[in-house]
Design a protein. Sequence first.
Lengths: 300, 270, 378
Amino acid sequence: MTLTATFEASARPPARSVPRGLVFVLPAVLLLLAIYIVPIIVLAGFSITDYRLGAMNWDFVGARNFTAAFADPVFIRALANTALYAAIVIPAGVFIALGIALLVYGRKSSRAFWETAYFLPVTATLVAMATVWQFLLHPSLGPVNTAITWAGFDPVSFLGNPALLIPTMALIGVWQVLGFNMVLFLAGLTAIPRDLHEAARIDGAKSPIDRFLTVTWPMLGPTTMFVVVTTSISAFKVFETVAVLTKGRSGSETLLYALYLEGFEYSNTGYAAALTLIFLAIVLILSIGQTLRMDRKVHY
Amino acid sequence: MLRFLPHVVLAIGAAIMLLPFYWMALTSIRSPAEIFDISLWPIPETFSGGQNYAQAANTVPMARFMLNGVIVCSGILIVQVLTAVPAAYALAKLQFPGRRLLMALVIAALCVPMQALALPLFVGLAKANLLNTYFAQMAPFFLSVFAIFLFRQSFRSYPDEIIEAARMDGFTEMEICWRLVLRGSLPSLAAFSVFSVVAHWNDLYWPLIVVSDMAIAPPPLGMLFFSDVETGANYGALMAGAAMITAPMIVCFLLARRSFIAGITMTGVK
Amino acid sequence: MSRQSIELSGISKSFGPTQVLKEIDLSVREGEFLSLVGMSGCGKSTLLRIIAGLELPDDGVVEIGGENVTSRDPADRNLAMVFQSYALYPHMTVRQNIATPLRMRMLPLAARLPLLGRLLAPRETLSQIDAAVEQAADTLQITHLLDRKPAQLSGGQRQRVALARALVRQPAAFLMDEPLSNLDAKLRAHMRDELAALHRRLGATFIYVTHDQVEAMTMSDRIALMIEGRIEQLGTPDDLYRTPATLSVARFIGSPTINLLPAEVTADRQVTVAGMETGLHAEEGPATLGIRAEDFHLASTGMPARLLRAETHGADRFLTCQLMAGDGSVVVLRQSASDRPSADADGKLHLRFAADRVHLFGADGRRRPVYVGGKVAA
């Protein structure tokens, strides 16, 4: 103990680096103020006014923007749509990715190939790929429906039937997020010491299910937690697919799209600021636990 | 038989994952008459690739979009690195008042998505008459709290003894930061660069807000313009456009798979 | 049950182009403490993993208690293993860690599932498991740690938990892969005694892998010294120390390292070192004479040498000397600290050695018989 204490004391930079440190962080601090702190204060300010971009006059409206939001059928619908989207993307995006990671992890020579194949959608520009999906899912021209009719079913109007819009976009969301989650799970799997698997085998865990339950799944706990959090945050930020595929028609707005329309198409700045704060609250709730964990690691 | 089951399952999954890419490439070289052909045979009867790509490049200024993408992405990356590296070095290795507060702010800012800041930033840029500029596209991303966090974690493991020896040898603090400490974290720098470029090459939300002038639009926004212009009329050209926009990131990925995956994954691990 | 013999015959194993085990034959007796010793890379860990079933041999047969288990799953071999890293499940408490081998064997799969399983597990089996865990914990004096997680334990405590997990069921044998190497020196010496005591108490078969010859010498009934994928010598610690079969064994066993002097056996079968006759006789040819530090002593006549340094380690003193004849070999001599290092003012002294305790090795590295005045000396 004493040894460590001495070591840390000597490792501490000398006191004369005080001004230097400030010079080094100055640009970052100024940008932090300009990009994060001031905008958030301004945002909070907007949210209690009826300010419209370009308008000359504005009034304080208190919490009226927030009460209006929860009475606004469009916003409620956007919230429900986003929740439905997340309810599909989170479990499918996490568990299918885990399954793929387990399969890919066991391959030796072909691992790099599978990793590449599944990861490719993560790198692709979603706007362009959404256009491709639109074509793939076309009721008459697309190969997906051709395959469905060939199998003897009625063609599915993925992007025509209002009830299918959100699930269809969620499928594209799953397609895009799988590779990312798979790579996170692979990193988690690699971090499990080989000894533990061997100990489990000697302890009598014969079936792969036993080994999964005894070692793999519990050891992946933190990874799984992280994957769930990142997947849900990205699910709540869904925007590109809506912008390309539906533009919100037939009541298919998502949270971020509704926010975009209010703030930037209709210039209802005050109201959009209230929506933004609600969006921010959701994201913060989702990420708070993860961030605290990270924070603890930082202070160690 | 059971031994091959994982391969079979993986192959079916991969086929689904890669189908859009294949279909995009295939349609982009087919003639309008063949668009209705749903066969997956890779060789079209008449090769119309040249025509489709030419149409995509001529209907909208594709090359311009790509150039805009390069300008915006590199501008963002350069400023991010220039501001984040010294800050991360100070947070990792120097003592100054407010250090803990700044670290707490950086971590808090990590949780705030860009979309939550878009509204006030947009109003500010509009007031300053800066909409429809490269600056407006880049400004909100000049500070990457993620980069600060990442570099700080990486710099912390750099041995203090070497820094102290360098100080005694007469290195300035800036030289220590850039020439010694950053040198030891080059993999982090590479991974972050990849992460940053991919994120901003593919971003649609912010350009959609601040750019209406086609001349400075980045690729995703250009693609959106193009698909609006081409509504269903010519899928071949549409797919050619999509292929052109997607190709740079895919080619980068295939060339630098390792640092690519590291870069994208770094948002997460640790 | 926990006394089974283990029989290996013709075990070979290659990783890629490197052959790590070359036709190993080894029989471990019931209740024996056998150490596999050797430098890293000699194949000792691989051999242990083959016994455990974690690796399959390319060739050869593994028998436990007379049954051929060569291709049997590790779970079906009824062995327990203590890993170098201890391999405790970090998410489980000590109690759960120790219970795992029993839960796997005594509960059906459905009862081992999380949440749901608790309802399906038969009460009496669970209380049997509990009792066994308590008993194992008691044996290793870790009852007070049962509800902690491995991360909250010290290295020595983790070591005990790993041992408790191994002995909670009565395995056919205990396999240990360098179990003490992550402990500090003092604790290691202490755990060495405890392990030896545990072995005596359980009377179980222990196979113990280590690179530390002191561990092997102090605990084992027998030692198999492995070099480059072969068993160089198998015997009691005494055998290996007193009659090393080869030069390599002589070099590996013993601290300080045995003194090796180039020797020549003349045509009239006289063993000469540095041109001097030793009074020993052997077959003609070039040879190496091995003399342990304690088998040298100082005398008024003998091999002239110069004292380089003297180090006192508690009761012993080690004298490092350079022979003044021949190639000037440096040798280490051990004497009691109460003896005086009888060197002249200029550091000159004379060495003699116990003729009946020397080791002679031929050019091929094998031990050769030596005679002292017609009698076999070693």
